[in-house]
Design a protein around this ligand. Structure first.
Ligand code: FE2
Ligand code: FE2
Length: 259
C-alpha cells in the first residue's frame, strides 16, 4: 500500500510535534493511518473531521480546526470541581466570563453556577452539549441548574426580546446564514418556552452573549464560595463516587487511556 508521507505527517501536527514523538508512537500512528486509508479506499469515502469531539481530545474550536494538544497533569486522587477547572477546563475563559457577567448583574447563585457550568462539557463532547452537560452535572446540582444547562442549547437559536436576547451573529458564521435548527431542537425550544423554569435556561443564553469579550479579565476566585454552597462535591472525588455519570468525569481525568 502506498503512503503519502507528507499527508501522513500533516495529520500528526507541526514538525516540532512529530520531532518529539517517540518512535513507537510514530509507528502506532502510521499503522492507524494505514488502517484509515484502507477503510477509505474500501468504502470510497473521503475522511472528514468529526466536529463533535471535545476539546481535550483535540477537536479545536467551532470552526472544526484541530488544536495542538498539551500534555495534561495527573489529577488528585479525589478531584473536586475546582481541580477540574484548574487542570482540565482551564483556561475556561468563556464560562468564567459568562458567570462573571451573571454575578455583576446580580443574578441569584443558582444562575451564576449554571453559567459557570453551562459549557464545560465541551471539553468532553460538543454535539448536543446541553444534554450531555446537564447529565454530567445532575447528581451534584439543584434540578433548576441542570434544567437550565440542558435547555440553553436549544434556546440559543431563538430570540427573546423581553430579555434583550437576539440570535447570535456568531451562529451565522458557525452554522451558515440560512441555518434552520433541526426539528428536535425546535420541539425542545417549544417545550422549554412553556415551562415554569424557562428563565433558568434563558438567562444562561443572555449571559452567554456577553461572554466573548477578549479584554474581560476573569478568575475562578469569586466563584469558590458559590461552588461550595451549591455544588455537592462527592467525598470520594468526582469520577470515583459511583454516580451514574462518574465515567464522564473519569474520561476527562484519563483522556489518554487507549480504551
Ligand atoms: Fe452552550
Ligand atoms: Fe456558552
Amino acid at each position: 500500500m502506498e503512503i503519502d508521507r507528507r499527508a501522513f505527517l500533516a495529520t500528526l501536527g507541526t514538525a516540532a510535534v512529530v520531532e518529539a514523538m517517540p518512535s513507537e508512537a510514530l509507528a502506532d500512528a502510521l499503522e492507524h493511518h494505514m488502517m484509515e486509508t484502507l477503510d477509505e479506499q474500501a468504502t470510497g469515502n473521503e475522511l472528514v473531521i468529526r466536529r463533535g469531539a471535545g476539546s481535550i481530545f483535540g477537536a479545536g474550536g467551532p470552526s472544526g480546526a484541530r488544536s495542538e494538544l498539551k500534555k495534561l497533569e495527573p489529577m488528585p486522587e479525589k478531584p473536586t470541581l475546582v481541580d477540574f477547572f484548574k487542570s482540565r477546563f482551564a483556561p475556561a475563559t468563556h464560562v468564567l466570563q459568562s458567570a462573571t457577567d451573571a454575578l455583576k448583574k446580580g443574578e441569584k447563585e443558582e444562575t451564576v453556577l449554571a453559567c459557570l457550568l453551562h459549557d464545560v462539557v465541551l471539553n468532553l463532547i460538543k454535539v448536543d452539549h446541553g444534554w450531555w452537560g446537564a447529565q454530567m452535572m445532575e447528581p451534584y446540582v439543584s434540578e433548576k441548574v441542570s434544567w437550565g444547562i440542558r435547555y440553553h442549547q436549544a434556546l440559543r437559536f431563538y430570540p427573546d426580546p423581553s430579555v434583550g436576547y437576539e440570535y447570535p451573529e456568531l451562529y451565522n458564521r458557525i452554522f451558515g446564514k440560512d441555518y434552520v435548527p433541526l426539528p428536535y431542537i425546535k420541539e425542545t425550544y417549544e417545550f422549554a418556552r412553556k415551562h415554569k423554569w424557562y428563565m433558568e435556561a434563558r438567562m444562561i443564553t443572555v449571559h452567554d452573549l456577553y461572554a466573548f469579550d477578549p479584554n474581560m479579565k476573569v478568575s475562578l476566585d469569586p466563584f469558590i464560595d458559590i461552588i461550595g454552597r451549591n455544588f455537592k462535591q462527592p467525598k470520594e472525588g468526582l469520577g470515583f463516587d459511583n454516580s451514574p455519570v462518574a465515567h464522564m468525569w473519569r474520561s476527562l481525568i484519563y483522556p489518554d487511556n487507549p480504551l
